[in-house]
Design a protein around this ligand. Sequence first.
Ligand SMILES: Nc1ncnc2c1ncn2[C@@H]1O[C@H](COP(=O)(O)OP(=O)(O)O)[C@@H](O)[C@H]1O
Ligand SMILES: [Mg+2]
Length: 185
Amino acid sequence: MVNKERLRQEALRLLKEMPQTDKLQVERKLAEFLFASTVWKDASSIGLTMALSHEWDTTRLIQQAWLGEKKVCVPLTTENRGMQFFYIESYDQLTDGAFRIKEPIPELCTPASKDSIDLLIVPGLFFTETGYRLGYGGGYYDRYLTDFKNTTLALASKQQIKRSLPIAPFDLPVDHLLTDDGFLF
Ligand SMILES: Nc1ncnc2c1ncn2[C@@H]1O[C@H](COP(=O)(O)OP(=O)(O)O)[C@@H](O)[C@H]1O
Ligand SMILES: [Mg+2]
């Protein structure tokens, strides 16, 4: 869909051009709100991706999770645009993978069954106020979320919230949307 592609470019430009001090400020607020929330406190295991430089840092989430004795798992892409998450206890269990995203080395990790992930932090470029997301165009999370039964959450700056987005029947919304102003829901 051409329109989605144009929006992806717009979001990437916005994220890549954000001054580093602004980015750090947003990340600090996102982490503050997240760590104070019951969705975070109630989760014993967290699924997330290792962020690229223009994405919201997830290493501070990983650090906090490990400090709080929460398990952390990260995805490995599989054939047919699928994902398998693996639990990691250290960054030594990661290597450079597809799209230059750090991914788990399966031989060094325990697989995370979908049901075992209490809270899944879903990445995205733009979101609607009701939690529909525009991703990078791979549809990885749309596929993964079809039978995901636990809690999903996305992190976004205010500029990543759009009044409307092109939504297809397979696009699935997240359960909670957290911005630098706090939880939208
Ligand atoms: N549940 C699904 N099963 C199979 N293919 C899917 C599913 N969800 C999405 N897709 C495919 O993934 C592709 C990318 O989806 P899209 O929503 O454009 O990307 P993104 O969610 O990454 O922004 C689409 O062409 C769509 O056909
Ligand atoms: Mg989609």
